[in-house]
Design a protein around this ligand. Structure first.
Ligand SMILES: [Zn+2]
Ligand SMILES: [Zn+2]
Length: 301
């Protein structure tokens, strides 16, 4: 299960309603940010999420609307005297921009709190047991951009009716069966895990893609996702501007979701030039289960 809190949903120019991009994701007791636009620390407070247990930032790319919130957030975390190491993941060029930004403020190699920079290369970079995170390269102008796949594995659970029918006692034997190991009861009855486990359930796949100029080549990473969060900066009538600035239209994002067998589409990185209704109408014509993210939206997948 993944809990998403949208902290900023604007494109490069914020509005009264939309802050610069940032998304808080909670999974298995861990909390991480995807991007950290200007003002993200205040959005964390306004959302009620706060700063606790926040020790990982995933960066899609280094455009300023996605990273300028980092210095302010780090300054505040220092005042809280957190000893946690902050892990920052991003493409090598993205991390270089952040390192330079911090160096400009605090001196080379220095930051207000312990920071570890982990350069991304395509593939799995977090395996937390209860969930994994993979990344894949994304084309967006001249940046070193990545998209992210969050997955929680499907699990097979013990079925109470089957346990009762086979007279499996409470206690450690059930733990063995849940872990997939056969047990012997009363010295003569062997119970196989297959006898008492239900079908796999509960696996989830969430894909988050930041700014991107095309969906070409991305379907393999997105296919069958329970939820896709992706930018839709422009509408189709401005498709040529979208091309020039390296962004998608709502129709392109929706077509991509439909072709990738995604269950739910959430659009973000909205340009202030459109009404939400227009964006939703364009996307929902192609992919009905579409939602336009607003700041402070909380969605569980
Ligand atoms: Zn952007
Ligand atoms: Zn960008």
């Amino acid at each position: 299960m993944f809990a998403l809190t949208f902290l900023g949903t604007s494109a490069s120019v914020p509005s009264a309603e939309r802050n610069h991009p940032a998304l808080l994701i909670e999974a298995a007791g861990q909390r991480m940010l995807v991007d950290c636009g200007e003002g993200t620390q205040r959005q964390l407070l306004r959302s009620g999420a706060g700063f606790r247990r926040l020790d990982r930032i995933l960066l899609t790319h280094a455009h300023l609307d996605h990273v300028l919130g980092i210095p302010g957030l780090f300054s505040t975390l220092r005042l809280r005297q957190s000893a946690e190491v902050m892990m920052v993941h991003g493409g090598p060029a993205t991390l270089e921009t952040v390192i330079q930004m911090l160096a400009g403020l605090w001196g080379a190699g220095r930051a207000p709190l312990p920071v570890e920079f982990a350069p991304l290369a395509a593939g799995r970079f977090v395996d937390a047991g209860d969930f994994t995170i993979d990344c894949f390269p994304v084309r967006h102008r001249d940046t070193d951009s990545f998209g992210f796949v969050f997955q929680s594995p499907a699990r097979r659970h013990l079925q109470p009716n089957l346990l009762a029918a086979l007279d499996v006692p409470d206690g450690p034997l059930r733990g063995e069966l849940a872990a997939g190991r056969a047990v012997v009861i009363d010295g003569d009855r062997t119970i196989d895990p297959e006898d008492v486990l239900g079908p796999p359930s509960g696996g989830r796949k969430l894909v988050v893609i930041g700014d991107t100029e095309t969906t070409e080549g991305l379907a393999q990473h997105v296919v069958d996702a329970d939820m896709l969060v992706i930018e839709a900066t422009f509408l189709d009538r401005d498709a040529s501007i979208a091309r020039d600035y390296g962004h998608l239209t709502a129709a392109e994002a929706a077509s991509f979701a439909a072709a990738s067998n995604v269950k739910q589409l959430v659009l973000t990185h909205m340009s202030g030039r459109y009404e939400d209704e227009e964006i939703l109408a364009e996307a929902a014509r192609i992919f009905p289960n579409t939602r336009i993210a607003a700041d402070f939206d909380h969605i569980v997948v």
